[in-house]
Design a protein around this ligand. Structure first.
Ligand SMILES: N[C@@H](CCC(=O)N[C@@H](CS)C(=O)NCC(=O)O)C(=O)O
Length: 210
């Protein structure tokens, strides 16, 4: 049994989508980051960086923070969504790291400046808006002629998708990135993606991509 500590954000949804795809038992613990629950001593003991998501594997006692590390752990533990062959595994981790080091942090900044605080910092809006569009172009190129980011459906797809689902906050029109749009809607059709998106609670409908 896995305990998942999470909230209604892209980083949290990556892990709930993966757990739904794995079809394993897990218990959800909502950590309301809007009310600073991530700063409680109880949560700090599980996630020393005070951020969701985090898991506890009740079978082993392992406590783990950082969504990328959690996804690699779960893929290895359950033997799914990560190729075993060395090169394909490295390529999957490459795109997972691209999400962790680029797509997530940059789009997160775009949310702050373009969506929540427009008009406050022209430089930041330009910088993170430009970088967001560049990252969409990179993903669009990677998806050319492919259904998934690397080979079969993998943790690389599950890591990127929740960030793309906030395309409206990023002032992105998905029709400018046709491969991303087709991939976004391909994943959206998966029941596990829809279920995992609404963990720990439903905040609204999932953007359709149109
Ligand atoms: N690199 C971390 C980032 C986690 C992260 O930024 N979590 C945000 C929500 S998406 C959070 O907990 N924010 C609360 C805070 O910063 O106090 C991961 O991928 O797990």
């Amino acid at each position: 049994m896995i305990d998942l500590y999470t909230w209604t954000t892209p980083n949290g949804r990556k892990v709930s989508i993966m757990l739904e795809e794995l079809g394993v038992d897990y218990t959800v613990h909502a950590v309301n980051i809007g009310q600073d629950e991530q700063k409680s001593p109880e949560f700090l003991a599980i996630s020393p960086n005070n951020k969701i998501p985090a898991i506890v594997d009740r079978e082993t006692g392992l406590k783990l923070m950082e969504s990328g590390a959690i996804m690699i752990y779960l893929a290895d533990k359950f033997g799914k969504f990560m190729p075993k062959e060395a090169e394909a595994r490295a390529k999957t981790i490459e795109w997972l790291m691209w999400q962790m080091g680029g797509l997530g942090p940059m789009l997160g900044q775009a949310h702050h400046f373009l969506h929540f605080n427009p008009g406050k910092a022209e430089y930041a809006e330009d910088r993170f808006g430009t970088e967001t569009r560049r990252l969409y172009r990179v993903l669009d190129k990677q998806l050319e002629g492919k259904d998934y980011i690397v080979g079969d459906y993998s943790i690389a797809d599950m890591a990127c998708w929740p960030w793309i689902s906030r395309y409206e906050w990023q002032q992105i029109d998905l029709s400018d990135f046709p491969n991303v749009k087709a991939w976004y809607q391909r994943l959206l059709a998966r029941p596990a993606v829809q279920k995992g998106y609404h963990v720990p609670k439903k905040m609204g409908e999932i953007p359709t991509g149109d």
